[in-house]
Design a protein around this ligand. Structure first.
Ligand SMILES: Nc1nc2c(ncn2[C@@H]2O[C@H](COP(=O)(O)OP(=O)(O)O)[C@@H](O)[C@H]2O)c(=O)[nH]1
Ligand SMILES: [Mg+2]
Length: 312
């Protein structure tokens, strides 16, 4: 891709990297990338479609936006105009409890298609971990397994994206997000990190989100790792509809349309738990998340979050 410095007029592009006070904009029509200055808290994120005129950048409307909350209540937009959320996990380091469920619920609530990537298939801990992941999620999401280190399993992910998807990698630092992208696009050389032997956690080497065009089609955003995937603006009704594992109950199978699957009569989810078709442990996790979401719905500090919105 060429880098251009002369002003471009009235062109539509897409933000492919964000550096705080500047963004890289890719003009797909002529495959040229330009760096444009922006205000520090401009609110632009990678994936945003923009219009440039006289060096002024205007953001166009978003078709989708995926947000998460960090442990301090700060809201981050993970990416814009995406249709896929790629949740990357590994058996070392492990994702924090609840990370996958929250990511799946958030994706579905934002109209994104969540998929799971289980990386590091070369490690001894992989087989047991993958089996556990499949047991819980195989009916809910597509699961890709791979080893970025050995270059195996990457083709299936690239085939999936070649259908024309735009996705973002999310997952804790050290699971191999950047390594997978390097495997898909060897010419990009993203910085990857060492895993600390004592903490078994990755060091944060990816500091900005960057969007990459895959050679066979589709686009993928590499993002800095994070451990908190707090739910943002998710209602109890959305959670009861989107929780992974409840798909088998079917839409509107409960007597009440707004059934929260807690103690309502003729609740299909509760029936399936009693029938052992939904794992009781999964149901308990759901109830914990439900209590949390209900608390957020009534908690004033969560109601007006606009002032605490952050980019990325
Ligand atoms: N054994 C093994 N190590 C991997 C694999 N993929 C990445 N790693 C290593 O895991 C560490 C973190 O990788 P990185 O791509 O920076 O992770 P990120 O923080 O998710 O972007 C690096 O030391 C990689 O070499 C894999 O498939 N197998
Ligand atoms: Mg990285």
């Amino acid at each position: 891709m060429k880098k251009e410095h002369a002003p471009a007029e009235n062109k539509e592009g897409i933000i492919v990297a964000h550096y705080g006070v500047a963004v890289d904009v890719l003009f797909a029509a002529d495959n040229v990338c330009r760096m444009i200055r922006v205000k520090r808290n401009s609110g632009h994120v990678v994936g945003d479609k923009v219009m440039i005129q006289d060096d002024i950048l205007t953001r166009l409307g978003r078709s989708s936006e995926l947000s998460r909350m960090d442990a301090r209540g700060g809201i981050h937009i993970v990416g814009a105009n995406l249709d896929v959320l790629c949740i990357v996990v590994s058996c070392e380091p492990l994702p924090p409890p609840g990370f996958i469920d929250r990511a799946i619920v958030s994706a579905r609530a934002s109209d994104l298609h969540p998929v799971l990537v289980v990386n590091k298939s070369d490690l001894a801990c992989f087989a047991g971990y993958e089996a556990a992941i499949r047991k819980v999620y195989h009916e809910s999401v597509k699961i890709f397994t791979m080893s970025a280190e050995q270059g195996t399993g990457l083709d299936t992910l690239s085939d999936f994206f070649s259908e024309g998807h735009r996705g973002v990698f999310v997952g804790p630092t050290g699971v191999g997000k950047s390594s997978i992208l390097n495997g898909l696009l060897p010419e990009i050389h993203l910085t990857t990190g060492e895993i600390s032997e004592t903490k078994k956690r990755g060091r944060n080497t990816t500091t900005v989100s960057t969007l990459h065009l895959l050679s066979d089609g589709g686009e993928l955003i590499d993002s800095p790792g994070f451990n908190d995937f707090g739910l943002v603006d998710i209602s109890a009704h959305q959670l009861s509809t989107y929780f992974p594992g409840f798909e088998k109950a079917g839409m509107d199978a409960c007597r009440f349309r707004d059934c929260k699957h807690r103690e309502e009569p003729a609740c299909r989810v509760i029936e399936l738990v009693e029938d052992k078709q939904i794992d009781r442990e999964r149901y308990t996790i759901y109830l914990q998340m439900l209590t949390e979401v209900e608390a957020m719905e009534t908690e004033p500090k969560y109601r007006d979050r606009r002032h605490r919105r952050k980019k990325n």
